[in-house]
Design a protein around this ligand. Structure first.
Ligand code: B12
Length: 216
């Protein structure tokens, strides 16, 4: 079986030993940026299956917690290749997981990839209130605000954050990207963001294009 399929399966089986055996092998082969994205996507697919098993009552909250720890450790192992070859600073991003949502693994992957591509990232952490985004945007004056959410209900917090930026007169001064499993084109429109994605690397490409276009 393809090693990426095996990796997805090992994550969904919560088989820690197998996960790190496969990751070690893949990292030893010095993967290209595209291959790194495929490795992350394989892990992500494994976590989606974990979520489905949780939904169907085959996994419990304890398994969800274990999966989160497993994936966080996998991100640590992948960090040297996610965050390698760091480039000169090209722009600034204010990033956070929105109010009500405590999931941060996807956000952290986006952060690592954005920093590698030359973005200075101000990470506000998890469960971030709209006002905290507003205050940081006022202070830092970034080109981009990036929000993460994995809970469907947290999409409302993304909208509240965009509304708070509008109210503070800051909306037109920044581009806004949203990411995380539940974001869609429809929710992006409803929230009032400029772009959405469920793939961290694609999100970084969108941010780079915005910077290039603002300079051109
Ligand atoms: C691990 C996990 C947890 C861990 C989180 C640990 C952590 N440090 O993050 C813990 C145990 C804490 C947890 C808690 C809960 N969870 Co949970 N969790 C998950 C699980 C299995 C994996 C999430 C994950 O890390 N995926 C891997 C990463 C890499 O994927 P990702 O987040 O999508 O990120 C990628 C992209 O989306 C994108 N991206 C992400 N953010 C951003 C931001 C930007 C700007 C960009 C450009 C891109 C980007 O890039 C990443 C890489 O490509 C998901 C299942 C799923 N389908 O997602 C459930 C899931 C999200 N959880 C769920 C639930 C219900 C809960 C709890 C309510 C459980 C409970 N009863 O307590 C609590 C809620 C806590 C809270 N208030 O947030 C549900 C949500 C259902 C819903 N529709 O809202 C899910 C979908 C499981 C399910 N199917 O039922 N969870």
């Amino acid at each position: 079986m393809d090693r990426l399929l095996l990796l997805t399966q090992a994550i969904s089986d919560l088989d820690e030993e197998k996960v790190f055996q496969i990751l070690d092998e893949l990292i030893a082969e010095n993967p290209s940026d595209e291959e790194v994205q495929e490795i992350v996507a394989a892990c992500q697919r494994g976590m989606i299956i974990v979520g489905e098993l949780f939904d169907s009552d085959d996994y419990y909250v304890a398994d969800l917690i274990f999966a989160g720890e497993l994936m966080s450790k996998a991100v640590e192992v992948l960090k040297p290749i996610i965050c390698s070859r760091k480039k000169d600073t090209i722009g600034t991003i204010v990033l956070g997981t929105v109010k009500g949502d405590l999931h941060d693994i996807g956000k952290n992957i986006f952060k690592g990839m954005a920093e590698t591509e030359g973005f200075e990232v101000h990470d506000l952490g998890i469960d971030v209130e709209p006002d905290v985004f507003v205050a940081k945007v006022k202070q830092i004056e970034p080109q981009i605000v990036a929000m993460s959410a994995v809970l469907t209900i947290a999409l409302n917090s993304m909208k509240n954050t965009v509304d708070a930026l509008k109210k503070a007169g800051l909306r037109e001064k920044v581009k806004i990207i949203i990411g995380g499993n539940p974001v869609t084109e429809d929710s992006c429109k409803r929230i009032g963001a400029d772009a959405f994605t469920t793939i961290a690397g694609e999100g970084v490409d969108i941010c780079k294009k915005w910077i290039v276009n603002s300079i051109a």
